[in-house]
Design a protein around this ligand. Structure first.
Ligand SMILES: *Cc1c(COP(=O)(O)O)cnc(C)c1O
Length: 463
């Protein structure tokens, strides 16, 4: 690894610029288990290992940047969700967080169901052998072809998101001689405590049918009249990266209110209620997520209590965690390329990826942490901004982070908690090739999604 000198910069500035950081951490080599995957540790030399494998070996074998996914951690999180909710509830993993055939097989083995929201996600799920009846199909504008394919495959449920779709799905199912199980997605007027761009349940948004003004009740009326569909429940998804359970409490109260109205008007007690996903994870040490068993207990109690007071049988509950299953299981491994100290500001550390492999910082102002992982260091902390290699000044991976002042080009750094919405939102901006996803387990590493090549890029360019 090369070590080139660079001019002394604001190593440990007395006056720090504005940012989202507090004080530098006491020990830059410490790994907070909240943000790192289960099997991550440092070896005797201070090198980070995962599943027993040295990250320098991973960088050599698979190159950088790379998403490194701890399969042991993925499976134990999936199992924790499954166990927490038990046999009377269903856990649907939200495939949009990260989907590959290996992931589909792990989910299948661990007893989870799967949410998809496009033909591509459906194809991935089916090709890896997920039984169709364990798949739910979502989306606010599913194409006729996608609906047909889902109904033909026999998906367990389609979540209806508009008045047009109620009729569309019913007609397609009838044409195919089937009766499709469906839920209706409603918006309950709850705004989850999270960043504005990723909150989804207030009513001024594209998803769902509002409870307010009786629209959802009208959707139910129409759905119950159609032969091609069987209405099995009501669906609500209130947002993302939620820590506070009170949003779910209000949502459950309002959804159960609708179930009661349906019972009173139609004499039908719908058997299922889906409370969606959106459970938060720790991106930095400041975040304190709840454990799946606490979430399961809270949600089950809320729904049971609401149903008792409405004198309804408690419906079967389902949840749809995406981020909370896969997010903490992976980190992105980068190599440091250039280091630029700016006097009285901070030091810009450029890595070999950026907004093409992690758009969340630019898109949502998301916060991440970062660590030097190819060695440990006793140097002073320096305030840095970790940036990518793209032609865009908003190309920021970690806005404010402390790294050791002896950081040098060739060092490997890793950004933890990048398992969700990083590879799945990755782009080819600047014709940068998308990184591989390397799964590590018990001393073995394999690419479950390989690195993109220039041939891959040029194959699509048929002009
Ligand atoms: C995005 C989404 C999820 C998963 O959200 P996470 O924040 O990853 O848990 C679940 N259900 C629906 C309907 C979604 O749109």
């Amino acid at each position: 690894m090369s070590r080139s000198a660079h001019p002394a910069g604001p190593r440990h500035a007395d006056v720090l610029p504005e940012g989202h950081y507090t004080a530098p951490p006491a020990d830059l080599n410490a790994l907070d288990p909240k943000v790192w995957a289960e099997t991550v540790t440092r070896d005797d030399q201070g090198v980070l290992t995962v599943g027993g494998i040295d990250v320098r070996r991973l960088a050599e074998e698979f190159g950088t940047p790379a998403y490194v996914l701890d399969e042991t951690d993925f499976r134990s999180r999936a199992r924790a969700w499954r166990t927490a909710f038990g046999q009377d509830a269903d856990v649907f993993y939200a495939g949009k967080a990260f989907l590959s055939r290996a992931v589909v097989r792990w989910l299948h083995e661990e007893g989870l169901n799967l949410d998809v929201c496009s033909g591509g996600e459906l194809a991935t799920a089916l090709s890896a052998g997920m039984p169709a009846d364990r798949i739910a199909f979502h989306g606010n504008n599913k194409s006729v072809a996608e609906i047909r394919r889902a109904v033909e495959a026999g998906v367990g449920r389609i979540v209806l998101d508009s008045f047009q779709e109620i009729v569309r799905v019913a007609h397609i199912a009838q044409e195919l001689g089937k009766r499709q199980r469906v839920q209706i997605r409603v918006t309950v007027g709850v705004e989850a405590h999270t960043h504005e761009f990723i909150a989804t349940a207030h009513e001024d948004q594209k998803f769902g049918i509002p409870l307010a003004g009786g629209q959802a009740a009208e959707a139910v009326r129409r759905a119950l009249r159609l032969d091609g569909i069987e209405l099995i429940g009501i669906h609500s998804h209130i947002g993302s990266q939620i820590f506070d359970m009170s949003g779910f409490e209000v949502a459950a109260h309002r959804v159960v209110g609708l179930l009661k109205e349906i019972r009173d008007e139609h004499g039908v007690e719908l058997p299922e209620i889906d409370l969606g996903g959106g459970l938060g994870i720790a991106y930095t040490s400041d975040d304190d997520p709840r454990e799946p068993h606490e979430i399961a207990k809270a949600l089950t109690e809320i729904v049971t209590r609401e149903c008792e007071s409405a004198r309804l049988r408690t419906p079967r509950i389902s949840v749809e965690p995406g981020r909370a299953v896969v997010g903490p299981t992976a980190f992105t491994l980068y190599e440091v390329g250039t280091i630029k100290p700016l006097d009285h500001l901070r030091t810009y550390v450029s890595v070999d990826g950026g907004m093409s492999d992690n758009i969340r910082t630019a898109l949502y102002d998301a916060e991440y942490s970062v660590a030097l992982v190819s060695r440990s260091s006793d140097a002073e902390p320096m305030l840095t901004r970790v940036v990518g290699k793209h032609c865009e000044s908003g190309d920021i991976v970690v806005r404010d982070a402390f790294l050791p002042a002896d950081l040098a080009p060739g060092d490997l750094v890793a950004v933890p908690a990048t398992g969700a919405y990083c590879r799945s939102m990755a782009s080819n901006y600047n014709h940068v090739l998308r990184p591989p996803v390397v799964a590590v387990r018990d001393g073995e590493a394999r690419a479950i999604v390989r690195r993109e090549t220039e041939e891959d890029l040029l194959r699509l360019d048929v002009g």
